[in-house]
Design a protein around this ligand. Sequence first.
Ligand code: GAP
Length: 454
Amino acid sequence: MSTTSRPVTMEKITNLCKRRGFVFQSSEIYGGLASCWDYGPLGVELKRNITEAWWRDNIVAREDMVGLDSAILMHPKVWEASGHVEGFTDPLVDCKSCKQRFRADQLSGPKCPECGGELTEARQFNLMFRTFMGPVEDTASTIYLRPETAQGIFVNFQNVLNSSRMKIPFGIGQIGKSFRNEITPGNFLFRTREFEQMEIEFFVKPGDDAEWHERWKAERFAWYQRYGIRREHLRLREHGSDELAHYAKGCADVEYEFPFGWSELEGIANRGDFDLRRHSETSGKDLSYFDEETRERYLPYVIEPSAGVGRPLLAFLVDAYDEDVADGEERIVLRLDPRLAPVKAAVFPLLRKAGQPEKALVIRDVLKQHFLVTYDQAGSIGRRYRRQDEIGTPFGITVDHQTMQDDTVTVRDRDTMEQVRMPVERLATELRARLAPSAPPPHDVDGAARAAVE
Ligand code: GAP
C-alpha cells in the first residue's frame, strides 16, 4: 500500500507535536540543539505508555524474562570487548568548500550533494560519545556514553543467573538511554544522537537459537499490531549477509512505512555467543552456563530483539493520524490505541452554570485517582471534542442537565463519535475495562487455561 492515500505527512506530525505539546526541540530558546528533542506534557505520557506496555508484555507477563537497569557509564574495557572501540564506525567525508559532513556510504556521487564541492577521502568515524571520568582529562580516564543498553545486560549475565535462579532459556530486558554521534541524524525522532532503547537479550542453548529467533521475530512483529499499527504498514525484512553487524549471525528488522519510506523500528538479531565469549576473554571471568539437568556446560547463544522508543513512538503517531469530518466540521483525530493515548478521558460540563462545572470537577477528581483525565469548559462542546480528538483522547464524558437529575453522563467514543449514557458510578469500571490489556502474548499459556483463571 502506498503512503499517498494517507493524509499524514511529517510536517503535519511535527506541527501537531509542537502545537499540542508532544515534542519540542531541545534548548529551543537558544536556537535548538540539532537532532535532540524534549518530550512535552503529552509526549512524556505517550512515551511512558509505550515503555510500560513493552515492559508489561515482555517482562511482567512472561515467566522466562527478568528486568535490569544498568548504568549508562561503564568500564571502558566493555567497549573494547564488544568491538565498539574498533568497529562502531561510519565512513565520513568532508566537503572542502562548504565544510559539511556526510556518510560516504549514503552519497550517490563523488561531489558534495549540497554545493557540488570536492569531498575529502573517507575516514572511519567512531560514533561513541567520549568523555572523562574524574578531574583529569587524559586517555586513562576516557569513558564512553553507551551506544546501546545491551552491553549492560551481558556484563550482568552472571549476576542475574546467581541471584535469580533463572534457567536457560531465559532473557533479560532493559529500557534506557543510549547515545550515538550520528553523522546524519534526521527525520524528527527517527535518528537522533540521544535516544532510548527497549532491549532484550534472550539466552538459549546453542542449536536452539534458530527456533528462538523465529519465535521472537513473530512475537515482536505481532506486538506493534497489538497496539494499533496497521498490518499493511509493517514488514519484516531479513538482512543480507553484507548488512549484518559485526556480532550478528542473522538479523531481521521490523520496518514501518513512514512518510519518508520504509524504515527500521526494531532489529531482531541472532548474536550467537559473540558477546559472552568476548567478555569472558577480556575480563578473564568464566561466563559459561552449567545445565544441571544435562550436566552440560556451554556459552549460551543470544537472540536480541532491540527496539528504540522514539521510532516506535513516531510510528504510533503517524499511523494514528487521521483527518475526517465530524458534525459538519473537519477534524484531526489521533486514533491511538486507548492504552497508549496520553489522556484517557476528558470531562466537560455542557453549560458553565446550573451546578454542571462543579459536578464535572468531582467526576474528574475521582477518575484522576486511576487515569490521566482532564477537564475542559472553554468553548462550544464541539470544539472541546475536537481539541481532545486531536491528541487522541479516547473518551469524552459530558455532564448535562440530566446528570443533575439522575447522576448519569454521556460517554463519547473518539473514533465512532457514538455516545452512550451511563451512571457516574460505573465510569471507573467502564474505563478500566476499555483500557485493559486485550490480546495476550502468543507464547503464553493456552486459551482454555487462561479463561479458567480469568
Ligand atoms: N543492541 C543492538 C542495537 O543497538 P541497533 O539496530 O543499532 O541495534 C536498535 O539499534 C534500535 O535502536 C533501532 O532499531 C532503533 O529503533 C533504535 N535506534 C538506533 N539508533 C538510533 C538513533 N540514532 N536514533 C533513534 N533510535 C535509534
